[in-house]
Write a protein that binds this ligand. Sequence first.
Ligand SMILES: Cc1cc2nc3c(=O)[nH]c(=O)nc-3n(C[C@H](O)[C@H](O)[C@H](O)COP(=O)(O)OP(=O)(O)OC[C@H]3O[C@@H](n4cnc5c(N)ncnc54)[C@H](O)[C@@H]3O)c2cc1C
Length: 449
Amino acid sequence: MPSVAERTALAAAEITRLGAGAVSTEPALVAKVSSDWSRMSPVLQEKVPPGRYLADVVVRPTEPGQVPVILKAAFDHDVPVTPRGAGTGNYGQATPFDGGILLDLRDLRSITVNAGGTITAGAGAPLTEIDKVARAAGRDIWIFPSTKGSTVGGFVGGGSAGTGTIEHGTTSDGFVVSVTVAPMDGSGRLITHRGADATPYIHTYGVTGILVDVEIRTDPAREWSALYADFATYAELVAVHRTLLDLPVLPRLASADEPALVPTLPAPMELDPTRFSLRVIAESSTSEEILSRVRAENGRVVADLPDYAETDTLSGMSYNHPVYFLQQAHPERSWFHMETGGTVYWDDPDAVRAIYDGQVDLHLELMGSAPLAMVVAQYESEEKVLAGMPRFDAVGAGVHSPHQWYVDRNVGLAIATAKVTDPKGLLNPGKLVASPPVDTRLTIGVLRP
Ligand SMILES: Cc1cc2nc3c(=O)[nH]c(=O)nc-3n(C[C@H](O)[C@H](O)[C@H](O)COP(=O)(O)OP(=O)(O)OC[C@H]3O[C@@H](n4cnc5c(N)ncnc54)[C@H](O)[C@@H]3O)c2cc1C
């Protein structure tokens, strides 16, 4: 049997002959797109450091119809294919463990606003561009991640939540209307799946098929304001944070940070590094109500910026971003974080702090019924990180480890689907197993009441 590299060369020659996308073996490009943002995790930095796993070739289609042609060539020559959007996934889930083809989808960038208000976009369209088109058409896309420059295919294939999640949940909660997928079954075709039939393709890292087009839901556009406030104590901060679910129009985002995370946030104004920060994307008619709640809890109103561009800046400081900014500012120390959540973060945060010896800083995001929390602490070992997971359960907090690359949503469905859509197991190898060797649970459990 020829090696993966030899088989890939044969498939690449066929792809070139058929004119099915740009093919490159340029070493710097191959190295760059063979790794993602898993460097946020000290555990993954050790396990999947840049350069350890390399694709043999990068293929960059420019037309949706080229993707099934590429997959047919790969299928015929038994070549692994790992899809990639902008590569901002932080679980190492776009790492080409078995070499082969790295499928760079960033040139599939079409964006169409449909008659009913949904938007159909090529998998490589950045959410920044989709949002621009949506706003120009008087629409708001339901959700987008803090990495707004990432692709819609990567967000649906590997992401989960973000700005808009308080009202609309995650990528699995109706955001995706339909997906057009290229299976790895030798058929060389594209198939469109709607509604529940799209589920096996959401947050399954491309192991069930390559997303070529994604149709997503939007709402009529609203006016949004970026609100900044701060507080002397955690208790005052959460006293406001927890009330934001009863507003007549839910905020698009409500992020909260302890002082240790505040100085490195790239806000448009100086934030007081001694105080607890609250940042809200509020529907403009609710701004005054939110600010009066801030004042009632002895908080200070820092800014009320009724400008859509300012809401984007605020969104760029949400979810994993405060952890990233802290890591950037203090590279001399090694930080890890856990993705967790639950009302315990409002009611008894010290119970959670105790999990890692009290040496933690908390970043909160409001979700549909409780906060999501990024728990940030200094890294010692993977064992110590994982030892915390049952302790989150014990205090009633959901937890998800961002230190592993295995598919952890709808695993059984993904396995059953991949048996049909990828019978040779060539799509994004190593990410789909029934029993992962590390604790991968997805039990954040705060997404819906
Ligand atoms: C600082 C920071 C902040 C983040 N904030 C958020 C956040 O707010 N919310 C959130 O959900 N995530 C967040 N993430 C994770 C990540 O940025 C998002 O999920 C992002 O939307 C992924 O898009 P991408 O284009 O970069 O995908 P990639 O990283 O390129 O890919 C992600 C996964 O999807 C697969 N994939 C890519 N394209 C396709 C396709 N067309 N078909 C099938 N599979 C495909 C890849 O193989 C990979 O497994 C954050 C990450 C970082 C580093």
